[in-house]
Design a protein. Structure first.
Length: 414
């Protein structure tokens, strides 16, 4: 089979890297359960992160969904305002999201190729990779995947179609993405009954009215059909209850179909370009374990806040990049302990995006027992945080994150 070549192409290999456990999040404010979670949300370059995971996870991940930059040569800001008018983009409050800007296609392929190769190593023998791209680079990616997996391991070329406005006036509007699904072997997970959908009412009416419909083959109309390899799901811009403001966020229904089809409860699902955290959120809601990773602080932060709002599944947060949050000594008046709850200084509320508390601070890993995040609607974050258990003689620590990503930690002596 032909291979894709370019001047700077080299054999893919892992890089030296190490992950550091930063915190453990226990959503719901119910205190600490007896065991530490397996789920992981990791901040760092995914080449380094996947390399660091290889010793423990090579051949262990059941499903990987990858939604890398598309080679659009654009920069994508994130919306950090609340309850803004979607029809007035000039009034949106924006911050840096992520760049998809490359000097040339060779630089883009230098990024993509080694990452796809390590994903192949991480996949279990029965595992599946879903690579999500569009017309800018899907043709390059298919040749790379044919090289890494073998051309006979292409399971599907899936077309996700959607609607939306477009400035294009000199060609047909580009309103689809391509998802390339590759399996690692001939024995792979595919739960056909988990993704069946109802037949079109017209189809049901046709079979009811004519015994010759279907050339004598009558399907099980009640059971439903296997979806075709073209899928229609609305984009997140049309789903008000899902929007986080993070650019290029994918709809939950899209990931739900992939996860239900190609994994089982208890399986490990990974997304190393996790963005707004849709994959890990849907995985946890369907009793799958997850590893989610992104280079962008804002992506990891968005994923964290979605998990504490949409799932009660505990998870670890790790860093490939050694972050050093500012640590303030006890006695600060920023946060006060009042009875069985914490209260923030009112002047901080407008600029605060997230805060959490560790009820037994040991000086290393932050064990978050209760959290509060800024609502998506135009409302301030709660300035009060109820504690799941009484404060004794133990040290407590409070972390605060503002809308610009500046993290502050305050430790109160016991």
């Amino acid at each position: 089979m032909p291979h894709l070549t370019w001047d700077s192409k080299i054999p893919p290999k892992p890089v030296a890297a190490e992950l550091k456990l930063d915190s453990i999040i226990y959503p719901g404010g119910n205190g600490y359960p007896g065991t530490d979670p397996e789920n992981q949300l990791i901040l760092g370059d995914n080449l380094a992160v996947m390399s660091a995971l290889l010793p423990d996870y090579e051949g262990q991940i059941d499903l990987i969904y990858a939604d890398p930059p598309f080679f659009t040569n654009k920069r994508y800001p994130v919306r950090v305002g609340r309850d803004e008018d979607s029809r007035r983009p000039q009034e949106w409050e924006l911050a840096d999201g992520y760049p998809d800007h490359w000097p040339n296609v060779e630089a883009y392929l230098d990024m993509l190729y080694p990452r796809l190769a390590i994903m192949h190593r991480l996949l279990a023998t029965h595992g599946t990779l879903y690579l999500h791209l569009d017309w800018h680079a899907d043709h390059y990616a298919r040749l790379l995947l044919d090289e890494i997996f073998g051309p006979d391991r292409l399971l599907n070329e899936i077309i996700w179609v959607y609607h939306g406005p477009s400035p294009i006036r000199s060609a047909f509007n580009r309103k689809h993405d391509t998802i390339l699904a590759y399996t690692k072997s001939k024995e792979y997970t595919f739960n056909v009954d988990a993704v069946r959908e109802p037949y079109n009412p017209k189809t049901i009416k046709t079979f009811a009215s004519s015994p010759k419909a279907g050339f004598g083959k009558v399907p099980d109309l009640e059971r439903g059909k296997v979806p075709e390899d073209w899928w229609y799901f609305p984009v997140v811009a049309r789903l008000h209850n899902e929007r986080t403001g993070y650019p290029t966020q994918k709809p939950q229904a899209l990931l739900e179909r992939i996860i239900l089809a190609s994994s089982n409860p208890g399986d490990l699902v990974a997304d190393f370009f996790c963005g707004a955290g849709t994959t890990s959120l849907v995985a946890s809601q369907h009793q799958r374990r997850f590893i989610a990773n992104d280079l962008s602080w804002r992506a990891v932060h968005t994923s964290r806040t979605r998990h504490i709002a949409g799932s009660d599944t505990p998870f670890k947060m790790l860093n490939e990049i050694n972050l050093r949050p500012e640590r303030l000594s006890g006695g600060s008046n920023v946060v006060k302990l009042v009875g069985s709850q914490l209260e923030i200084e009112p002047d901080l509320v407008d600029n605060l995006d997230y805060w959490e508390v560790d009820l037994d601070w040991g000086g290393e890993v932050f064990r978050s027992a209760a959290q509060a995040a800024r609502p998506r609607k135009k409302e301030p974050i709660s300035g009060e945080l109820a504690l799941p258990e009484p404060i004794g003689e133990k040290q407590i620590a409070v972390r605060l994150v503002n809308i610009d990503g500046i993290q502050t930690q305050i430790v109160y002596p016991g």
